[in-house]
Design a protein around this ligand. Structure first.
Ligand SMILES: *Cc1c(COP(=O)(O)O)cnc(C)c1O
Ligand SMILES: [Zn+2]
Length: 408
């Protein structure tokens, strides 16, 4: 423990003492946690017998004292071999990282758990977040476990299931009559004015660390092999950037021999795809989407904080970017459910639909080892697919009426 060295500016490399600081004084760049890798004694065996949660990678997470960990046992989710979906798409080695089965039913338990633990370590007396839906519940649940009050700032038009879930954990839910970018701006202003740890604002350097475990776990679950291609849904871009950094750390620590052949691809929904647009048009800047419009509400960030970094990662890791529309997303949700028995929310549909495009036009070969991140659970957004589901068959409670329906 205690291998955190500093907070370092991602742009100008200036170092700062670890604190609630998240923006560089010199250049306004974002700050990242840096570690003393040289003093880290880890090898593949280090992790073998540990807890089946993402806290198994403790050395690579920014918590100094184990006693401050606030854990709901999130992470170490199944790496699901998807033979039937693979066959449907034309892939021999397809795996799904099934983060829909985390304690609050999305991958956000990873960054939120780390950030709330850091809030506890810093003795903060309240936490909160700006959310497109899933971070609300992840933060609220960990806050409940830590016995901290929790303030959520989210657009009012997100799925009610996500609002209800966060309220059930006891959070104060501030539904902003505007976009995610409005909610995020207000959360940032609150974090400047009050001693609250906003997990994705002033705790962001710690928050993003949690998502690196999405890379560690996949590689460990593949017996320390690096996949050929990773498909990642993108909103702020933080997760994609963290997965790439996780791969770099595995290489830095000699846990894998090479990451050179791993491609990383971004998936966004057509109704809000600023990163994909920039990539496809070979631009270096992100043009914000003012009014996102897609069923993939958890990905609806018009002005993504880590957008340019996600863009740079796509280039560094020789990946692609695709933006399926809402019909493709709905079809992909049902295809996944009906081939693999995994029910995802639209974000997972976005990833599967993007993968489908890449296989169809030959950008992914059938023999490649592909990992697709399924980041959230379908029960959180049933409205998104209601219109394309068959109606249930309503019957009188007698055998004769029912048996005639069963055609086999
Ligand atoms: C937040 C979220 C994402 C995207 O994460 P970012 O780090 O903001 O890019 C993907 N999938 C789901 C289900 C999410 O809730
Ligand atoms: Zn700087």
């Amino acid at each position: 423990m205690g291998s955190v060295k500093a907070l370092r500016c991602r742009e100008c490399r200036q170092d700062y003492e670890p604190s609630l600081k998240y923006i560089c004084d010199e250049c306004l760049g974002p700050l990242d946690v840096t570690y003393d890798y040289g003093s880290m004694r880890v090898n593949r065996g280090t992790f073998a017998d540990r807890d089946k949660s993402y806290w198994r990678y403790l050395e690579l997470l920014p918590i100094e004292d184990k006693g401050n960990i606030v854990s709901l046992e999130a992470g170490f989710t199944p790496l699901h071999r998807a033979d039937r979906l693979g066959e449907a798409l034309g892939l021999k080695h397809l795996y799904l990282k099934n983060d829909s089965v985390n304690p609050t039913f999305s991958f956000k338990d990873r960054p939120a758990g780390v950030a709330v633990s850091k809030a506890k370590e810093m003795r903060l007396r309240a936490v909160g977040c700006a959310s497109t839906g899933n971070l609300a519940s992840a933060t609220a649940a960990h806050a409940a476990k830590a016995d901290l009050p929790c303030y959520i700032f989210a657009p009012r038009d997100i799925e009610y299931a996500k609002i209800a879930q966060a309220l059930a954990y006891g959070a104060e839910f501030i539904a902003v009559d505007g976009t995610y970018d409005d909610a995020n701006r207000i959360a940032a202003q609150i974090s400047d004015a009050k001693p609250i740890g906003i997990v994705n604002v002033n705790l962001r350097p710690y928050y993003v660390e949690g998502s690196k475990t999405l890379a560690y776990e996949v590689v460990e679950q593949l017996n320390w092999n690096v996949p050929d291609h990773l498909i990642v849904p993108v909103a702020s871009g933080a997760m994609l950037n963290a997965i790439c950094r996780g791969l770099e750390e595995l290489y830095e620590l000699n846990l894998v021999d090479s990451i050179e052949n791993a491609r990383v691809t971004a998936a966004q929904a057509k109704g809000c795809s600023p990163v994909v647009e920039a990539f496809k048009n070979k631009r270096d800047e992100i043009v914000p989407v003012e009014y996102p419009n897609t069923i993939a509400k958890s990905l609806a960030i018009g002005d993504p904080g880590d957008g340019i970094y996600a863009l740079r990662r796509l280039r560094q890791f020789n990946g692609y970017a695709e933006d399926p529309d809402d019909d493709e997303i709905r079809d992909a949700i049902l295809l996944l459910a009906r081939t693999e028995g995994i029910f995802t929310e639209p974000a997972g549909g976005v990833a599967v639909a993007a993968l489908k495009r890449l296989v169809e036009d030959g950008r992914i070969g059938k023999d490649e080892y592909v990992v697709c991140y399924i980041t959230g659970n379908g029960l959180k957004s049933i409205d998104a697919i209601e219109g394309i589901l068959k109606r249930p068959i309503i019957v009188k409670p007698n055998y004769k009426d029912v048996v005639s329906i069963i055609t086999m």
